[in-house]
Write a protein that binds this ligand. Structure first.
Ligand code: NAD
Length: 356
């Protein structure tokens, strides 16, 4: 990466951060006739507060949310969207609720207001994903980039520790790859290093207190915002390709897959990274060998640290790598089948090859 010669695209979202920022939604809705709100029943109180304030006839609550946005759910939601004659979309939830809002925006071109309740980062990207019986397809379209994003700490504060830990690790994966992605740039690079530091500090607090404290949640929410930006601004590499295959082909939980892969993929990349990048990772993770730091972070939060633990079968290692290698893409270290198999076996066993 060259500080004085680069390409950078800024993506236009307005972000509201802080306590009670959910109330911004009331103001934003003044410019629309009827909102189609996608939110699981867990967030029903927030939807009710919108209905109570703005009138039930201006807020339609669609409460079906399914991970990976299945096509038949989109069809049902799209029909409701048309029946209700809504003119704006609100996604309150994790990547799945916001993902459904994006799938609907692809066709309706309606503005999305995103209120994330996890650290997955979808709210900051123009990336959509839809699952059909043939598998998951993803793409980019500016119509799915949420125009307004509300980071209210109350929305993530109630996450169980296990979800907070794996979701924060999911965010960490975006940041790691935004640092070493082939098309990174100084803005995304430095923001991502800052995000890594914030996430590390937040996760260390989870580990010491065994709970998601207010402070930890603030650090993680800010880190997840930078992670979503990084995911949108820089092309992802091996980690995301692998996570996509493990989640899509073998049905493993999205955030748990990211959590486990982290340390092993960084170890795979390590010697291919420049001395500057290695040094920056060491500083932001406060460890001389960052793959070990990532593994320790996962373990210290009692998050999964091996593929075995999350239900992956050893016999599927080679098949996974064959799918990963079926389409070429940029990666810091060349993708060599035997080396990738060694890496995935280490991830399966939960032991780094060069733990330090
Ligand atoms: P998710 O939205 O499926 O949520 C995971 C689980 O946590 C669900 O059971 C949900 O009901 C629950 N949950 C959500 N918020 C909660 C809260 N505050 N408290 C308690 N439980 C809560 O999962 P996710 O990890 O947020 O998102 C994963 C999905 O998002 C995947 O499909 C992934 O592909 C997609 N994603 C897309 C992008 C993008 O840019 N398009 C980015 C990241 C993730």
């Amino acid at each position: 990466m060259n500080l004085f010669s680069f390409q950078y695209t800024a993506f236009p979202s307005t972000v509201f951060f802080g306590e009670n920022s959910f109330h911004e939604v009331f103001k934003l809705l003044a410019q629309y006739k009827k909102a189609f709100v996608i939110a699981a029943n867990r967030q029903a109180d927030y939807v009710k507060s919108l209905q109570d304030t703005l009138g039930a006839d201006r807020i339609y609550h669609f409460n079906q949310v399914v991970q990976h946005v299945p096509a038949d759910l989109i069809k049902a939601a799209r029909q409701k969207q048309l029946d209700e004659q809504s003119d704006v979309l609100i996604g309150i939830g994790g990547g799945s609720a916001i993902g459904l809002a994006k799938a609907l925006a692809l066709e309706s071109r309606h503005t999305i207001i995103a209120v994330p309740t996890t650290y997955a980062g979808s709210e900051m990207t123009n990336i959509w994903g839809i699952t059909t019986p043939e598998g998951k397809t993803t793409g980019r379209d500016m119509a799915v980039l949420p125009k307004y994003v509300i980071y209210d700490p109350a929305m993530t504060a109630g996450m169980p520790v296990k979800l907070a830990a794996t979701s924060a690790m999911n965010a960490m994966a975006h940041l790691m790859e935004a640092v070493y992605g082939h098309d990174t740039n100084p803005i995304s690079y430095n923001n991502s290093l800052d995000g890594i530091k914030k996430l590390r500090e937040g996760m260390e607090r989870i580990a010491t207190k065994d709970k998601l404290s207010t402070e930890a949640n603030q650090l993680l929410q800010y880190g997840s915002f930078l992670a979503g930006k990084g995911l949108c601004e820089v092309s992802m590499s091996l980690h995301h390709k692998l996570a996509h295959v493990l989640g899509g082909t073998f049905g493993l939980d999205h955030a748990s897959v990211h959590t486990v892969l982290q340390a092993y993929v960084l170890e795979y990349q390590w010697n291919a990274l420049t001395a500057d990048v290695q040094s920056d990772f060491k500083k932001s993770l406060d460890h001389n060998y960052p793959p070990t730091a990532l593994l320790q972070l996962a373990k210290s939060m009692k998050a999964p640290a091996s593929l075995q633990e999350i239900g992956f079968k050893e016999s599927d290692i080679e098949k996974t790598i064959d799918i990963v290698l079926s389409k070429p893409y940029a990666n810091p270290r060349p993708l060599v089948k035997e080396d990738l198999i060694r890496m995935l076996r280490a991830a399966y066993d939960g032991k780094l090859l060069h733990d330090q």
